[in-house]
Design a protein around this ligand. Structure first.
Ligand SMILES: *[C@@H]1O[C@H](CO)[C@@H](O)[C@H](O)[C@H]1NC(C)=O
Ligand SMILES: *[C@@H]1O[C@H](CO)[C@@H](O)[C@H](O)[C@H]1NC(C)=O
Ligand SMILES: *[C@@H]1O[C@H](CO)[C@@H](O)[C@H](O)[C@H]1NC(C)=O
Ligand SMILES: *[C@@H]1O[C@H](CO)[C@@H](O)[C@H](O)[C@H]1NC(C)=O
Ligand SMILES: *[C@@H]1O[C@H](CO)[C@@H](O)[C@H](O)[C@H]1NC(C)=O
Length: 266
């Protein structure tokens, strides 16, 4: 009863967050979003042209779905954008948003706005807010204790010249509140999702049983065959309890097995 899920987990290759093969990373993040039900619960579809990397002081680059503590995600992160290839245009204005998409299975009415900046730019591969308007400045996650692992999603949208935000979301310094993300994107005429990523934060122990979202199906990753990295010790340490993605080699399967077994025993 316990062994079967472990073996199933082992049969699923992971994709390294450290890999610089952006095509593979884009497939991986798409798979993560589907697997974490962010597609279709938050986004109807997800076809990014770039990789978005969230970096917190003291944590470093966050792996997709990585489980972090409230303290770790308190400071404003820096956001790195890596284009899939040289034909992706990262000039012009973008809108950066972070929402609390709540736990897997939550409905859209529970989405909360934690960060919303219009007219950010991408400069030297980093999101810059030097000429931005912070409608909602970054507000660190604080999910209710016992409410389960909330999914915090950071999304970069194209912001065309025709961008026209609704009047109730056009002034800076608004606090955290319920947010109809898709309604906002449509009404303000934001463009396509350029890139997105997410992490999870859980406070206390959940009283309900919530499906874990820890593995990405290899079958969804068409171009995985060539890339394999060793030295996944760092990713293994987060891999058992989060969606941390790492290419596993035969060497690391044993440590994955013990981590998974430990997780199941707890
Ligand atoms: C990353 O890119 C560098 C050159 O830019 C290359 O030498 C290296 O092999 C790449 N590593 C991976 C894991 O793809
Ligand atoms: C570059 O990446 C974009 C977005 O993933 C893709 O649509 C396009 O086909 C790619 N172009 C080339 C030349 O690989
Ligand atoms: C919405 O969030 C509240 C707590 O903030 C929770 O009690 C409720 O179950 C959630 N509803 C849905 C549909 O997820
Ligand atoms: C830009 O980001 C910095 C660091 O997070 C923040 O202190 C500053 O208020 C932001 N400025 C704008 C205009 O959003
Ligand atoms: C980008 O945003 C700035 C600040 O809002 C604005 O002045 C500028 O016209 C925008 N550029 C484009 C191309 O939309």
């Amino acid at each position: 009863m316990i062994v079967l899920p472990v073996l199933f987990a082992l049969s699923i290759p992971f994709v390294s967050a450290q890999s610089n093969d952006t095509a593979v990373q884009i497939e991986a993040i798409e798979a993560h979003f589907t697997q974490a039900a962010l597609v279709p619960e938050l986004l109807a579809s997800f076809d990014p042209s770039s990789i978005l990397t969230i970096n917190f002081d003291g944590v470093g680059d966050v792996s997709p779905g990585q489980a972090l503590t409230q303290d770790q995600v308190a400071p404003t992160p820096t956001i790195k954008i890596t284009a899939a290839n040289s034909s992706v245009d990262l000039t012009g204005n973008f809108t950066l948003a972070m929402v609390d998409a709540d736990i897997v299975g939550a409905d859209e009415s529970n989405i909360t706005r934690h960060w919303l900046e219009n007219s950010v730019t991408v400069s030297d591969g980093q999101v810059s807010n030097s000429s931005a308007t912070a409608i909602t400045s970054y507000a660190g996650p604080a999910p209710a204790s016992g409410s389960g692992p909330h999914r915090y999603v950071v999304i970069l949208y194209q912001q065309p010249a025709s961008f026209s935000p609704p009047s109730d979301l056009s002034q800076p310094n608004l606090g955290v509140s319920k947010f109809d993300l898709n309604g906002y994107v449509k009404d303000s005429q934001l463009g396509a999702v350029v890139a997105a990523n997410y992490f999870t934060v859980e406070v206390g122990t959940s009283t309900t049983s919530i499906s874990a979202t820890s593995a990405v199906e290899s079958s969804t990753l068409a171009s995985i065959s060539t890339t394999a990295t060793s030295g996944s010790a760092a990713s293994s340490s987060t891999g058992s309890s989060s969606n941390a993605a790492s290419v596993t080699t035969a060497d690391s399967l044993l440590s994955m097995l013990s981590l998974a077994a430990i997780a199941l025993l707890m």
